[in-house]
Design a protein around this ligand. Structure first.
Ligand SMILES: C[S@@+](CC[C@H](N)C(=O)[O-])C[C@H]1O[C@@H](n2cnc3c(N)ncnc32)[C@H](O)[C@@H]1O
Length: 211
């Protein structure tokens, strides 16, 4: 039997290209906690923020308004998502790169990105086959004093069981699931804050790299 491997690039393009018109509208109701995480970033003018899995640029747009004069970069494997982000962020000073989280060290080595003061993952780790690999890649390029910010699905452990089970099965259809290993890995590091609002629907993590 021939095994056909589909790359993340192909998979994400196939998933997101047909959704561009409806993406933001449909995600507004269930990608909860994003604004709360962004409000807590406290980026200063001149600092650099890299949004890994930036999608349609919804978060970069908000970051640009919240923290003027920050230098922004978005990375995503879907060209359709990046095209939408480019249209939305036309007035902002944002760099958009076609790539995956795992390649952050290569991007840094080749000068495609500069050492970031902030790295953001917003509902992107839950769709990645190797979220821990992505986290290690991010930690590898984060300088001492830099911040990692994560918002994603949580354990939903304080919500009615029928709701958590239904939501879990629905997300599975898109290869999306809560990744407990992410919080476990990051909570083991000093200077990590972790909260799980909305009955554990989502988790918000801020981590300062002590170097
Ligand atoms: C659910 S969307 C979230 C988009 C955006 N961050 C938001 O909060 O609206 C997940 C995004 O992660 C991207 N993605 C998937 N695998 C990735 C990887 N290995 N590295 C970087 N981004 C990835 C997808 O292309 C998609 O744009």
């Amino acid at each position: 039997m021939k095994v056909v491997e589909t790359s993340t690039f192909e998979r994400m393009e196939r998933m997101y290209a047909p959704q561009q018109r409806i993406y933001d509208l449909t995600r507004a109701w269930y990608l909860l906690g994003r604004d709360r995480l962004l409000d807590g970033i406290a980026a200063r003018p001149g600092e650099t923020l890299v949004d890994v899995g930036c999608g349609t640029g919804r978060n970069l747009d908000r970051v640009a308004r919240l923290y003027p004069r920050t230098r922004l970069c978005g990375i995503d494997p879907s060209r359709a998502m990046l095209k939408t982000a480019g249209r939305r962020l036309v007035l902002e000073d944002v760099r958009l790169l076609h790539g995956v989280a795992e390649d952050l060290p290569v991007m840094l080595a080749h000068g495609a990105i500069t050492p970031p003061d902030h790295i953001l993952f917003s509902y992107s780790l839950s769709i990645m086959p190797d979220p821990l690999g992505a986290i290690e890649a991010a930690l590898g390029v984060l300088p001492a004093g830099g911040w990692l910010h994560v918002v994603d699905f949580g354990p939903m452990d304080r919500l009615p069981r029928w709701f958590a089970a239904g939501m879990g099965s629905w997300l599975e259809r898109f290869d999306v699931r809560h990744r407990p290993q992410v919080a476990e890995r990051l909570a083991a590091l000093p200077q990590t804050s972790l909260v799980r609002p909305f009955g554990g629907y989502c988790e918000l993590i801020h981590l300062r790299n002590r170097g």
